[in-house]
Design a protein around this ligand. Sequence first.
Ligand code: SF4
Length: 462
Amino acid sequence: MCGIAGYMGSGDVITTILSLLIELQHRGQESAGIVVATRGGEIHRVVGKGLVVEALNNEKISQLRSVDEIVGGIGHVRYSTSGGYLDSQAQPILVGDENFKMAVAFNGTIANFFSMAKLLGIVDADGDAKVLATFLFRLAKEFGNDVVEALKVLPHYVVGGYSIVVLTSEPRIVVARDPHGFRPLAVLHTGSDFYVASETAALDIVTGHLWRWREVLPGEIISYDGSSLEFTKSPISTPISPCVFEYVYFSRPDSVFNGVSIYVARVRMGEELAKAAPAMGDVVVPVPDSGRAAAIGFSRASGLPLEEGIVVNKYVGRGFIAPPRSREIISRLKYGFIKSVVSGRRVVLIDDSIVRGTTMRSIVRRLREAGASEVHVRVASPPFRYPCFMGIDVASREQLLAWRAMGLDEIARALNADSVGYNTIEGLRKAVGIPLICHACFTGLYPFKGLDADALEKMFIR
Ligand code: SF4
């Protein structure tokens, strides 16, 4: 998972992209970068480590502001799914030769990047971003520097998921979603301004043009050169399989994905959860922020009162997308507990998902320390049992609590909870309300013909 953004138009390119990246900060906190293009075809790049405000500090932004005649740019916030936490993987990635240059930023994972690197003759590939950018550049060269034509055939070579934004030295911005449509992407075109962002909420907030965006369709390619928009579709088609985890956790609740409000889907997940795994309790308490909407749904459907018993420190960051060594510290520092809400009560604790179990174990322990008489954990999605190769950093089953544990009792023991209950796949489907979704991390059914978790793991981990 990462966030991508872009803008071409008559406004302040740098401020617009910075603002979009800040609104997408929840999608990646390890690095951020911006590349701008000038009217004359020069390309300038700044990247850095950490949050947008740290990575793109005043010094770096001043460097960009000294560039004349900027007409457009793209940006990226990174959450690494491949290539570890290497500086060399910070995006956008620059590729090119003396005639044609381009910058590439993407959200997703390329599971077969080692084999793509081999085709390029790269022997020391250290992550998917550089390989994808180099591959796309080579394809564009074959089509006479045409990125649209390159993006049309790219799905033929890729196993994985990507939403992508490319800035060329022409200059032009080209955006695309892979034919499966795993990751979100939306554009907004008003007059001479063209905006792109991973999530619709970023476009609403930054442009002020509420609900004027349009989601990029799976397999669609949109190109803007400052005056005309061009819409194309990759001829490589496949059944769509957007990531259900975008609804469960990744996306902001004020975003829309495939026409479905993330918030509404989460509330419905809570309602379905109350039916699938009811709990005897006195109070429903959400794990903030990601469990909040599902807790509203659970409370409505169960009739149990909803109260805020846990306070989140938003400055600590998202534990799930943090590097492994930081996760335990984050889960300790991130939450405060309201004794008067939980003390002496049977708490029904609602979260969106349990992946590794690190955070949940720590929350249950501290609820007990705050005086909760019982803690019943209820999870708005099914048990997370399989790794993802399309955009989240869970590449090995051994990391997953529900894979290691034999059943609900064992999971409850591992979390020190009185009981644990999960949503069902049917409940999740009903909550999201679109017939075709990817749910491979819950079921192991990957939307790639003939590829199971073992085959994908072999392809991805060398
Ligand atoms: S495996 Fe899970 S996280 Fe990965 S794309 Fe599919 S639904 Fe999303």
